[in-house]
Design a protein around this ligand. Sequence first.
Ligand SMILES: [Zn+2]
Length: 217
Amino acid sequence: MRLIIFGPPGAGKGTYASRLGHELGITVVSTGDIFRQEVRRNTNLGRKAAEFLSSGELVPDQIVTGILAKKIHADDAKHGFILDGYPRTIEQARALDKMVKIDAVIRLTVPERIIVERLSNRRVCKKCGAIFNLKYLKPKEPGVCDNCGGELFQRGDDLPQVIRERLKVYESQTQPLVEYYKDELPILNIKCSSARIPPEIIVREILRKLQKANLLV
Ligand SMILES: [Zn+2]
């Protein structure tokens, strides 16, 4: 089973992908995670990627596709994979087509007001990086990390106007890709219309749609 997952920032895509991967016995290939890992290990690739990232540029298609090719042909992907963060452009989608056949696209949609509410209430610990939410996962003492007593702060890209901008960028990237795939592959549309739906319900819904598309044996 080879899947692609699309979802806006703040949709909980990483959580769903890892649970779904676990259910299906396939691996999650997240380009974001791969880059962070390579940067941390200070590999050649990591240094190259860090250069682009620190200057605010996108990592060029050629580099991203090179890493991806390695990952999807790796041993732990032999039963399949869920791609998270790739493809981001039509050019990447074409490169992927040449490498491997994809079975379906999962498309998570979340109303903008829910994403803005969720992300704008997010607070991060300066010291240990723990994540809190002023609505759903409140720290015991306002402004203080439960784990380490560090100070909580709001990331610059979690401000409402920045979130709306990120969502616009996401939509303008994703719409053409959905168009690109829609005649070739089943697109499984998953609506997360409330912030309170537990992840397992969403995952069950994805599995049900995979079954309906005759992709589960
Ligand atoms: Zn902390």
